[in-house]
Design a protein around this ligand. Structure first.
Ligand SMILES: [Fe+2]
Length: 278
């Protein structure tokens, strides 16, 4: 990889075991522990960012809109099934979702974004942060995505399936499109539905905001932290890459989820020349 995709003057990804590298990694882990997120402004070299954003814009029309509303538990379709819950319960709530995503198989391998995603520097960096070997998500559609939001684009309050979500903002909107979150609102032991409900009702006082600049990489504990993107205003699209990494070497998403997010063409491909393992 062209060394200059990442701003290596600011971030010691090449020297993680040096004194400076180790100190920096400690800070990253502390941030993740305390805030559930860690931001890396100017993570991408300015020239590379320009090229990366323009490549992303060139395929933005391939983005599929997906569902227009979704529950906070988006990826956990069966949670609460068959239970007698009031309409106000988070498991019964749906929020407005207005975004489109370019699936991984439509992002050319030679794009700078693809090269960044697959680079040893990123795998080593995330491995050092988590203390575990880190692999690329193997899903043919979900591994690397470009999320595109036009005017009014937004994402409902939700939890992610993975717990170390890596995103890179390629193009910031003129205004709006703010990332809001409540760190560690739930845990493995406690879904904390009451607190989730108060966030959905706009009554929770622990909502934090990240106003991201283009070129900012963000690590986020999205499985335990409820989060959303507020509506985008203005003509410029909000374009964000989602880099799927996992501590499992063989992580695939579900075909149902891929069809839902990337459209009927996925069902078509899987019917004739399946890319998912049998
Ligand atoms: Fe998310």
């Amino acid at each position: 990889m062209r060394a200059s995709i990442i701003n290596l003057e600011r971030y010691p990804l090449e020297n993680l075991s040096s004194a400076r590298g180790r100190e920096w990694l400690d800070e990253v882990r502390d941030n993740l522990e305390q805030d559930g997120s860690c931001l890396f402004p100017e993570f991408i070299d300015p020239e590379a960012l320009e090229q990366m954003a323009s490549q992303a814009r060139s395929i933005a029309h391939l983005a599929h809109p997906g569902p227009i509303e979704a529950s906070p538990y988006f990826f956990n379709y069966r949670l609460g099934e068959g239970e007698d819950l009031p309409a106000s319960h988070p498991l019964r709530r749906k929020g407005k979702r207005n975004l489109a995503q370019v699936a991984a198989d439509l992002i050319p391998e030679e794009f700078l974004l693809s090269r960044l995603y697959r680079s040893e520097l990123m795998l080593d960096f995330l491995g050092a942060v988590t203390g575990l070997p880190v692999y690329l998500n193997q899903d043919p559609y979900q591994s690397l995505n470009i999320s595109v939001m036009g005017t009014g684009g937004c994402q409902q309050w939700h939890f992610d399936s993975g717990n170390l979500v890596t995103t890179l903002l390629l193009q910031a909107p003129e205004s709006g499109g703010v990332f809001e979150y409540v760190p560690a609102i739930r845990s493995e032991e406690n879904e904390n539905f009451e607190a989730v409900e108060s966030v959905l009702d706009g009554l929770h006082d622990g909502v934090l905001q990240n106003r991201l600049q283009a070129g900012t990489l963000s690590l986020f504990r999205g499985h335990y932290s409820l989060h959303r993107v507020t509506p985008v205003a203005g003509k410029r699209q909000r374009i964000q890459a989602i880099l799927g990494y996992s501590t499992r070497p063989d992580l695939y998403g579900s075909i149902e989820s891929s069809i839902l997010h990337y459209g009927p063409r996925v069902a078509e491909i899987e019917a004739h020349a399946p890319r998912y393992p049998a």
